[in-house]
Design a protein around this ligand. Structure first.
Ligand code: NI
Ligand code: MN
Length: 225
């Protein structure tokens, strides 16, 4: 499984020959100006919630790639009505896709579309791939529901927001990594705009002091699991 960070909360995942994009917000991210959305491959686009900083490039990429949009029922029906190919889910449900199993799990946040229309309840995804399992938390507060995840799934990587203000901060993300029983963490949802700037060295040190590995990838860089 190869995971690429495209800035903010956008990820590319390659697994079992499929390309998955998560929360594409690239063309509006000045820090990701070197990423061309017209070059990105996508068989599936996973969306955690309807906020602009998670959906901005969904339509452009889905139009070109014909990717299947996977999200909560309300977001899926929003894009279905526009003619896109969608797979609706809701909290607690799983589906076996061609690349692995996806479970839509709880996130404590909100989920309106940019025009204020209802975007269902926000979530995260647990992906059980052929060899590796990951958790993409989405925008969320620290929540006890995270403790449910390791009851079913042994994670190899937890992707957690760490920017504070709109989501967990670094200290809560450390507790979250305990809750999901995973000491390998990829941080996201930080530095994109003023409210969520963090001190990288301090964040990495805080995780390190708890025996955990926080990775902060440059935009466009990948890790292999
Ligand atoms: Ni959000
Ligand atoms: Mn966000």
């Amino acid at each position: 499984m190869k995971i690429t960070f495209y800035g903010h909360a956008c990820l590319g995942i390659e697994v079992s020959g499929k390309h998955i994009l998560v929360d594409p917000f690239i063309s509006g991210n000045t820090k990701a100006a070197h990423i061309d959305i017209n070059q990105l491959k996508a068989d599936f686009i996973l969306i955690t919630h309807a906020h602009q900083d998670h959906i901005l490039d969904v339509e452009a990429i889905a139009k070109r790639t014909h990717a299947v949009i996977v999200s909560n029922a309300e977001i899926a029906s929003h894009y279905s009505a526009k003619g896109f190919n969608c797979h609706p889910m809701n909290h607690g449900g799983s589906w076996n896709f061609t690349f692995g199993t996806v479970k839509y799990v709880n996130a404590i946040h909100s989920s309106s579309f940019p025009d204020g229309s209802y975007g269902g309840n926000p979530g995260g995804f647990v992906i059980v791939g052929e060899h590796k399992n990951i958790y993409i938390a989405g925008d969320t507060a620290l929540t006890m529901d995270m403790k449910l995840i390791p009851m079913r799934t042994k994670l190899d990587l937890a992707i957690l927001p760490i920017g504070s203000n709109f989501t967990m901060d670094v200290d809560d993300a450390i507790i979250a990594s305990d809750f999901v029983d995973c000491d390998k963490i990829l941080g996201y949802h930080y530095d994109t705009f003023g409210y969520i700037e963090i001190n990288h060295e301090q964040a990495i040190r805080k995780f390190f002091d708890k025996g955990k590995d926080l990775m902060l990838l440059e935009i466009g860089k990948s890790i292999e699991l």
